[in-house]
Ligand binder design. Structure first.
Ligand SMILES: Nc1ncnc2c1ncn2[C@@H]1O[C@H](COP(=O)(O)OP(=O)(O)OP(=O)(O)O)[C@@H](O)[C@H]1O
Length: 257
């Protein structure tokens, strides 16, 4: 197992955002985390990356307990995330945004510029080559010199994934990557996440676009009011009575969901 979530509970004051949630993700899987608004999905990402410590429970990554590690140490171990709201360096170029992602795991800092040793220059060159490969993968090569904020929305979302990939993760956490995308952009995103899987990277995906989730994911956990409601393949989830009642059943009635 790449990631094991063991009995995670998270209370914020009187609110129980997560209650005793467990699931495990296998190497190379695309794993979906779904549930209504406020179900605790983003809180689970915050537990995995240790933005906040869990109230109880533990998380292991590649058989190592990571609960309590600093967020940057978790990135160094090979877990990288994107956020619900786009967080690019909007005034920097596309290539520079990816280079910043690469520097999160390289030995030299982004601004170590002036007194660079031969070794550092070689490292910089290696990062540039990798960054360009990643831009190729996400289909943004032709825009490498464009300013990030001038990209179309779907391209900015893909750039965020590129930046996360630049840190060479083993596990990629994507928080609502299809939010706000049109059909073409969503189709491109589907192919991109599949290509990421072909590279052997495991993905944990929070997403409200159910057709995308059902096509893309190998397995899914459904959260509801901070509790695990169900786990299974897309087919099992779509036929699960509790899930239909709590979540999927209402989706078709509410176009804004
Ligand atoms: N930092 C925080 N402080 C207090 N309460 C929080 C905090 N983060 C999340 N919560 C609460 O925890 C619950 C779960 O929120 P969370 O954002 O994890 O849900 P979600 O499933 O990601 O929802 P959405 O689909 O709307 O993004 C909510 O009741 C939320 O208000």
């Amino acid at each position: 197992m790449v990631l094991k979530i063991n009995n995670i509970t998270k209370n914020f004051g009187g609110i129980s955002a997560l209650t005793d949630v467990s699931f495990s993700i296998k190497e190379g899987e695309i794993y979906g985390l779904i549930g209504p608004n406020g179900a605790g999905k983003t809180t689970m990402f915050n537990m995995i990356t240790n933005m906040f410590p869990p109230t109880s429970g533990e998380i292991t990554f590649l058989d190592e307990k990571i609960t309590g590690f600093k967020p940057h140490k978790i990135t160094n171990k090979g877990i990288c995330r994107t956020f619900q709201n786009i967080r690019l360096f909007s005034q920097m170029t596309v290539l520079e945004n990816v280079l910043v992602g690469g520097h999160t795991r390289s030995k030299s800092g982004v601004f170590s510029g002036v007194l660079r040793t031969k070794g550092q220059r070689a490292e910089e060159e290696r990062l540039r080559v990798t960054a360009k490969e990643i831009l190729e993968l996400v289909g943004l090569s032709e825009f490498e010199d464009a300013i990030a904020e001038n990209l179309a929305y779907g391209q900015q979302r893909r750039l965020e994934i590129a930046r996360a990939l630049a840190s060479d993760p083993k596990l990629l956490l994507l928080d609502e990557p299809a939010a706000g995308m049109n059909d073409t952009e969503t189709a491109d995103l589907y192919h991109l996440i599949k290509k990421v899987q072909e590279r052997g990277i495991t993905t944990l995906l929070i997403e409200h676009d159910m057709p995308l989730v059902m096509r893309l994911c190998d397995r899914i956990t459904v959260l509801n009011f901070g509790k695990k409601l169900a786990e299974g393949t897309p087919e099992e989830i779509q036929n699960n009575q509790a899930v239909i009642e709590a979540y999927l059943g209402s989706e078709g009635d509410d176009e804004s969901a």
